[in-house]
Every structure is written in structure tokens, then in C-alpha cells.
Design a protein around this ligand. Structure first.
Ligand code: ATP
Ligand code: MG
Length: 383
């Protein structure tokens, strides 16, 4: 009998089972168990007991499915559950997370995506519990490259994988704009005067009062900007802020400013991973390469800073850049690309909502999910 951890697929969709089987072909890490009767057919406790992770197809319009899912959730002890659903309302989606579902994939879904979600959950479930957050920083290589957009999207993706009240904080350290708060239509509540010049008055309670909650559960830590005023803060205050935030939340995503401040190095050294965001232009790639090379050589980062190329165009126009050019310009430090989708980003900003609310499963969210997943895999391999 195989001693590999098993993915249990509960679905009457034979084609999906075949696709997952195909994606897992030759996979030495996992075995597949398929409960072909789907959620409506009773599942032997012994089958469930053999599963390390469960992927279950749910028809959100069927009450019997929702009841069956709820009872399945009560039987799952320590096995993370991924729901595969064709369509569902926001209310049902929230309910899934409330009953403990860890991830949700929209059908039609590729076998590789189901495998990826299971792999990610298992990796998370096996991670030793830590009371200090995983910190991910985003730095722009130039102005307007999409740093804020991608930091917010990354925070949303991490939140989607582990939804709970203290799961993810988005910290806006680009102090000269209110972009994070504006994009999410939230009020920034962080008050640097109140926390003290060196952040000495900041504790968990004060942080909670200065945190704004988004409907998704994301916590925003951002200060209102003052027009025309450059804010230069003591490094101690910023580093203390990060320390308290990281002690309170499981994941922290930081929108860093383009200008280097005296505290920038300290934040990057305290980060588990750093992404440099750039666009698909020759100078953009050059700037990003230079920043990455310099921080990697100068600061002993936990993991090397890597570059995300935003507004990536697959079809190259005229004498524009090809993918090969991007890959060779960023050889060894290329984290991945994010599609150009102006209409989607525009709509999300105008409505003050995350990209996934405008269009679930859109190409920017999918790209960010892939980048985060591949980075986590690389980090595990390296550790
Ligand atoms: N993947 C994308 N596709 C299309 N447009 C995008 C994409 N990402 C960002 N944008 C657009 O680019 C503009 C700048 O985005 P954003 O504010 O996130 O960049 P930034 O690097 O944080 O800018 P700033 O220098 O002002 O802080 C926005 O108008 C946004 O709509
Ligand atoms: Mg910005």
C-alpha cells in the first residue's frame, strides 16, 4: 500500500477525476483516492481517514449538497478541504469559509490547479506553527508600474488560502499617497503622531484601533497622507510598527515606496520574500535588475529579491520585447509575469473592490496566485 499522502476527490464528474489523475501522473508526492458518487453518496469513514487533503465538488444551488458539505467538514479532522464549485453567491462563499473550507476553486478547473491547491494546503498544514507573520514586500522599480495593485492582489490571494480574522494585514508604507485605502475604498486610520516618535506607544490594542477592515477580512494598516507634505519618520517607528503588525497577524504584505528611506533596508531584511515590480519596457527591466542585484548583494535577505513583470503582453507588437528578452534580462531573478488587463484594474479601482470581485478567476489574480505558489515551492526546496 502506498504511504504517500492521498488527495481524496469527492466528485461525480468523471472528466475532472481523469484530469486530476492526469495531472498527478508520475507525481511521486501524492496518491489519488476518488469517491465517484460525489457529495450525495455516503462516504466510508475509512476512506476519509486515508486522505491527507480533500477536494470536494459542491453544487451551491443544492441544499442537500450544502448539508452534506457541512457534515463532511465536521468529520474532517486536520484534513484541509478545497471546494470546487461552478457558481455561488458571495454569501455562500463566505459561509464556505466560515465552516472551515480552506480554498475554493471555480469550475471548470484544470487538474493541475486542483493539485496545486491541495499541495499548497498540505504545505501550509505541515508548516510548523509560528507566532510571527510571513512578510512579503513589494517594491516598485519605477513610478506607476502597478506595485500597489499587485500588493493588494497578493494580500487577497493569501487571504483566500487562509481566511480568518488575523490572517492578512496589508501595510501601506508608501506614505505619500493613500493608494491602498483608495483602491479598497477604506479609510486609513494609522496615526503616526499617536504611536510616538519611536513607535513606543504602539501595542496590539492601539494597532487594532488603527486597523481598517475590508469586507473580505483583509486588515489595512495605512496612514492618511497630507497633500504636499513629505513625511520623514524615524526608522524606529516604522520598524516597531512592522514588529507589532507581524506579531498580530499571520501574514503581512507591504506596499513599499519607490524612494529608498533609512528604514527600507530594515523592512527588507525582516521580510521573508521581496518582489520588485516593473513593467515590460527595456528601462523597466534594467531598473528592476539593478535594484534586485544591489539588494541581493548588499543585504543578506532570507530569500533573494525577485522581479515581477507587470502588464505583460503575450503578443509582442512591432519591435517590442519578447518573452525570451524578459527571461534573459532577468535570468535567475524572474518571479513571473502578470497580464495587462487595464479594463479590469480600472473597474476594480473605480468600484473600490478587489479584482476578484469584478471578475473571479481573472488573469491577474491567476498570475499572482501562480507566482506566490511557485515562490513557496522554491523556498521549501531551498530550506
Ligand atoms: N496588470 C495591469 N494591467 C493593466 N493596468 C494595470 C495593471 N496593474 C496596474 N495597472 C494600472 O497602472 C496604474 C498604476 O498602478 P498602481 O497604482 O498599482 O502602481 P504603483 O506602482 O503603485 O504606482 P505609484 O508609483 O503611484 O505608487 C493604475 O492606473 C492601474 O490601473
Ligand atoms: Mg503605489
Amino acid at each position: 500500500m502506498s504511504s504517500r499522502p492521498a488527495i481524496l476527490l469527492i466528485s461525480a464528474d468523471g472528466a475532472l477525476a481523469d484530469a486530476l489523475g492526469e495531472a498527478m501522473r508520475g507525481d511521486a508526492d501524492f496518491a489519488l483516492l476518488h469517491h465517484a458518487g460525489g457529495l450525495e453518496a455516503s462516504l466510508a469513514a475509512s476512506t476519509l481517514a486515508r486522505a491527507a487533503v480533500v477536494a470536494v465538488e459542491v453544487d451551491a444551488a443544492r441544499r442537500d449538497h450544502l448539508f452534506a458539505l457541512q457534515s463532511l467538514m465536521m468529520q474532517c479532522v486536520g484534513q484541509p478541504v478545497v471546494v470546487l464549485v461552478e457558481a455561488c453567491s458571495d454569501a455562500v462563499q463566505r459561509w464556505f469559509f466560515q465552516i472551515g473550507v480552506r480554498d475554493l476553486l471555480r469550475k471548470p478547473v484544470a487538474g493541475a490547479d486542483v493539485l496545486g491547491a491541495c499541495r499548497r494546503l498540505l504545505a501550509g498544514a505541515l508548516d510548523p506553527p509560528s507566532d510571527y507573520a510571513e512578510v512579503t514586500s513589494f517594491i516598485p522599480a519605477a513610478g506607476g508600474v502597478g506595485n500597489t495593485t499587485l500588493a493588494i492582489e497578493a494580500a487577497m490571494q493569501i487571504l483566500g488560502a487562509r481566511p480568518n480574522a488575523n490572517s492578512v494585514a496589508l501595510v501601506d508604507l508608501d506614505l505619500h499617497s493613500d493608494a491602498c485605502a483608495d483602491f479598497l475604498d477604506l479609510e486609513p486610520r494609522l496615526d503616526f503622531t499617536e504611536i510616538g516618535e519611536n513607535g513606543e506607544r504602539l501595542d496590539q490594542q492601539l494597532l487594532e484601533a488603527m486597523t481598517t477592515r475590508h469586507a473580505s477580512g483583509l486588515a489595512l494598516v495605512a496612514a492618511p497622507s497630507v497633500a504636499g507634505q513629505l513625511r520623514e519618520l524615524q526608522s524606529a517607528a516604522i520598524l516597531r510598527l512592522l514588529d507589532v503588525v507581524a506579531g498580530h497577524f499571520q501574514n503581512v504584505v507591504i506596499d513599499m515606496p519607490r524612494m529608498w528611506h533609512p528604514w527600507t533596508d530594515g523592512i527588507l531584511i525582516g521580510s521573508d520574500r521581496t518582489f520588485i515590480v516593473t513593467d515590460m519596457t527595456v528601462p523597466g527591466l534594467r531598473f528592476a535588475r539593478r535594484i534586485a542585484d544591489q539588494v541581493n548583494a548588499r543585504l543578506g535577505l532570507k530569500t533573494s529579491a525577485r522581479v515581477i513583470v507587470n502588464r505583460y503582453e503575450r503578443r509582442f507588437l512591432g519591435a517590442g520585447l519578447r518573452r525570451g528578452d524578459v527571461a534573459s534580462a532577468l535570468d535567475g531573478i524572474f518571479a513571473g509575469e502578470i497580464a495587462n488587463n487595464y479594463q479590469l484594474v480600472r473597474e476594480a479601482i473605480d468600484q473600490g473592490v478587489p479584482l476578484g470581485t469584478v471578475k473571479p478567476g481573472n488573469n491577474i489574480s491567476t498570475g499572482m496566485k501562480r507566482i506566490l505558489f511557485e515562490c513557496a515551492q522554491d523556498e521549501r526546496r531551498a530550506s
